[in-house]
Design a protein around this ligand. Structure first.
Ligand SMILES: Nc1ncnc2c1ncn2[C@@H]1O[C@H](COP(=O)(O)OP(=O)(O)OP(=O)(O)O)[C@@H](O)[C@H]1O
Ligand SMILES: O=P(O)(O)OC[C@@]1(O)O[C@H](CO)[C@@H](O)[C@@H]1O
Length: 328
């Protein structure tokens, strides 16, 4: 299987704090806490490595607390090309209540600058023609909004395909670039942020995704939390529902879905099989804490259970879309 490169400009140590109920403005006592090296691209790398893909991790990493990342990379044989930065990688606090509601406090970490794009570009010189580059997550303070778009352009110049999961101004830049990525996976809120309007109506949402395909993005996937995800390409559009509902933390479900998309792109799966693969990866990741996949047989069994619905039927389904929450 061809190698996949992940780019994480703003990694994070995810500190998941479990408690029965979050009482804002009061003293809360946690029942458990865990720490996972994360950040969107790191999560993608970790899940892909579990699937058996050869992965190279690029991006920026604080030198002062790099150990948990280095341990993850070494345990999963991920090639570590992350540029070390002075200072610490941020810690992101995820408050998980018993009912499954999660509140994210994403903290600031090391600051970066335009000069850090040089070493990042140099690291991407390891990308070979035909490989896949996955660019995910936010930018640290000081990096221009165009950083992800510039790295995507570099990857394309090297003959690689590019899958982007970025939001806000970075998504605006990526979608305004002369050469568009091959695939994107915004969630609904990220797509709304880009479109500058609400997309609460299923038909409008499908139309926005189809319009991006028409502009030249081969695969547009809009993830919708418990509603599932919409997969659009020139071959058509399909909605894949979650295999099973999770009441635990859903942090990283989108990244597992991106990892599933990456594996589908590498293996050349068709649209329906891509939807099943990506949805199964999300469900499989949600069975356990942390950015990990269970064994292949378990993932394959989930893949076989994914319900796919023709988009016309989904649009005409009664009722509002399931509430997929506000987290991104
Ligand atoms: N509570 C849940 N139960 C089951 N499956 C879920 C749940 N939440 C999400 N999923 C699955 O994970 C996929 C991706 O989730 P979501 O749309 O929340 O991504 P995201 O917003 O990018 O998440 P994140 O940024 O936390 O990784 C969904 O399309 C769905 O298949
Ligand atoms: O602040 P960003 O870069 O948008 O998101 C960071 C983050 O919330 O995304 C991952 C889950 O998708 C977590 O591991 C991490 O804490």
């Amino acid at each position: 299987m061809s190698r996949v490169h992940t780019v994480t400009l703003n990694p994070a140590i995810d500190q998941t704090v479990s408690l029965p109920h979050l009482a804002v403005g009061e003293v809360n006592r946690a029942s458990a806490v865990r720490h996972d090296p994360g950040g969107k691209g790191v999560n993608v790398a970790s899940v892909l490595a579990d699937w058996g893909v050869d992965v190279m991790a690029h991006g920026l990493l604080g030198r002062a607390n790099a150990a948990p990342f280095e341990a993850l990379f070494s345990r999963k044989s991920i090639v570590d090309r992350m540029v070390r930065m002075p200072g610490e990688t941020r810690t992101n606090v995820k408050i998980l209540e018993e009912g499954g509601r999660t509140t994210d406090l994403n903290l600031p970490g090391f600051a970066a600058g335009t000069s850090d794009l040089g070493p990042l570009a140099e690291s991407l010189s390891a990308v070979a023609e035909g490989e896949l580059v996955v660019i995910s997550g936010s930018h640290p303070a000081g990096l221009p909004a165009s950083a992800s778009a510039r790295l995507a352009a570099l990857a394309r110049e090297r003959g690689a395909r590019v899958l982007c999961d970025v939001s806000g101004e970075a998504l605006v830049e990526v979608l305004a670039a002369p050469v568009l990525p091959d695939a994107i996976k915004p969630n609904r809120h990220e797509l709304e942020g880009w479109a500058g309007r609400s997309l609460a109506d299923r038909a409008e949402l499908a139309e926005a995704a189809r319009a991006l395909v028409a502009r030249g993005i081969a695969l547009v996937v809009v993830s919708l939390g418990t509603e599932g995800a919409l997969f659009c390409s020139a071959a058509g559009a399909v909605l894949a529902r979650p295999v099973e509902l999770s009441r635990g933390s859903t942090v990283g479900a989108g990244d597992a879905m991106v990892a599933g998309l990456a594996s589908a792109l590498v293996e050349g799966l068709d649209l329906g099989a891509t939807a099943a693969r990506a949805t199964a990866f999300a469900a499989a990741k949600l069975r356990n804490p942390g950015p990990h996949l269970p064994g292949r047989d378990e993932v394959r069994a989930l893949e076989a259970r994914v319900e796919r619905v023709a988009v016309a039927d989904w649009i005409h389904a009664a009722g509002p879309m399931a509430d997929e929450g506000e987290r991104t």
